[in-house]
Design a binder for this molecule. Structure first.
Ligand SMILES: [Zn+2]
Length: 139
């Protein structure tokens, strides 16, 4: 089963400023508290997660996980940041991303991926978010 992308704000995929890869950028001013986008994908029962390896698995609750690897899920381009401007809220089985700061047009959108993901995928290669890069520069 797949869900169509749900997008609340104008956003676009673009090249991330720091490091390699792509990111998701605001194409209009977003206010603190605004709903931005849903993280959508294939719904899989948690018991079957082992058959779905990958970086885009998002555990919704004790019962199921969303595999956001599909191309239509542009929320998957949102990068991790340790001091993010957005956050994830799980609402009745849907993964919704809200702004927790005002986000200017053209600014990259990011959220904190959480400890588990961080330790597994980010820590081994080093975090390249803006606040961590600043830390490296000043020390
Ligand atoms: Zn960081």
């Amino acid at each position: 089963m797949k869900i169509k992308p749900v997008i609340g704000k104008k956003v676009k995929v673009g090249r991330a400023e720091k490091g390699a890869g792509l990111g998701l950028f605001a194409e209009e001013q977003i206010k603190k508290g605004d709903y931005i986008i849903d993280y959508v994908g294939e719904i899989i029962p948690n018991a079957k997660c082992e058959d779905h390896p990958g970086k885009y698995l998002f555990e919704v609750d004790d019962h199921f996980t969303i595999d956001g690897a599909m191309r239509e899920n542009i929320a998957r381009y949102i990068n991790h940041a340790c001091k993010p401007n957005a956050e994830v809220e799980i609402d009745r089985g849907e993964i919704k991303i809200y702004a927790i700061k005002d986000i200017a047009k053209g600014e990259e959108i990011n959220y904190d991926y959480g400890k588990e993901y961080f330790n597994e995928f980010i820590k081994p290669i080093g975090c390249k978010c803006t606040s961590c890069m600043k830390k490296i520069k000043t020390t």
